[in-house]
Design a protein around this ligand. Structure first.
Ligand SMILES: CC(C)(COP(=O)(O)OP(=O)(O)OC[C@H]1O[C@@H](n2cnc3c(N)ncnc32)[C@H](O)[C@@H]1OP(=O)(O)O)[C@@H](O)C(=O)NCCC(=O)NCCS
Length: 218
């Protein structure tokens, strides 16, 4: 199913497990987008926005925005119809120095929220912020052109999440977030352009079967 460019990209990985994951991720992506577009997966073609965000080329992708993330054994794909989407999934790694990393990557407000966590909840809080921040960056498609300090993830006392963007005062009303746990130890976040609709979460079991695991009204 993969294009010659994707096959070439897969060949560049040094480790077999990374190559396998790339092939599985991009094969699954083609299957999923092919279902929505009503096109054979191998016929789809992709391009990149100026800051690197991949998109499905027209005509198949006329109204099909998507984003992909992988971590460990998992791949998460969001399909947003007309709406821009960003997703991030991470495996929680408890051996890392969360506070050292957060002081490097996170904003003062994010650090203040994290530092108020009990030590046993630090790693969970760190990855929660991480996936939200990354999903927002990926929804914007900004790559590394937006500094990490330019966006703020505000987690309110009632646990609701607000997105702030230094260059867009209306970001909080433009975008909404959905936090997910697709598997134990794998927090994930979706950031999608705000609007009414239903979010449906599917698990792809092998190449043939898929099951809907939950739905949520947006
Ligand atoms: C490349 C980047 C988009 C995400 O990388 P990542 O978190 O390592 O990896 P993920 O698996 O979540 O996402 C990679 C996928 O995002 C997609 N992607 C690539 N560039 C993108 C962009 N500019 N915008 C949105 N999606 C992008 C691609 O589909 C890519 O998968 P592929 O290489 O198999 O095609 C980029 O945002 C980045 O390098 N971020 C690091 C920023 C950072 O330092 N964050 C730390 C704290 S938040």
């Amino acid at each position: 199913m993969l294009s010659s460019q994707e096959a070439e990209q897969a060949r560049r990985f040094i480790f077999q497990k990374d190559r396998n994951r790339y092939v599985a991720a991009h094969g699954a992506l083609r299957l999923i987008l092919g279902w929505y577009a009503g096109e054979p997966p191998e016929k789809l073609s992709f391009d990149r926005e100026a800051n690197g965000k991949p998109f499905l080329q027209r005509p198949a992708g006329g109204n099909l925005r998507y984003n992909l993330s992988h971590s460990g054994e998992y791949v998460l794909v969001a399909v947003g119809g007309k709406r821009r989407v960003g997703v991030d999934v991470e495996s929680v790694r408890t051996h890392i120095d969360c506070l050292k990393l957060s002081r490097r990557f996170f904003t003062p407000a994010e650090n203040a929220w994290l530092e108020a966590r009990a030590p046993e909840n630090l790693a969970e809080g760190f990855f929660r912020l991480w996936v939200l921040k990354e999903a927002f960056l990926k929804a914007l498609g900004a790559g590394l052109s937006v500094p990490l300090s330019g966006i703020d993830i505000v987690i309110h006392p009632d646990d609701s999440v607000e997105l702030k963007h230094a260059r867009d005062r209306l970001a909080g009303s433009r975008w909404q977030t959905v936090e997910m746990k697709p598997a134990a130890g794998y927090p994930a976040a979706l950031v999608v352009e705000r609007g009414a609709g239903t979010l449906k979460a599917w698990r792809l079991n092998g190449w043939e079967a898929s099951e809907m695991v939950w739905t949520q009204t947006l």
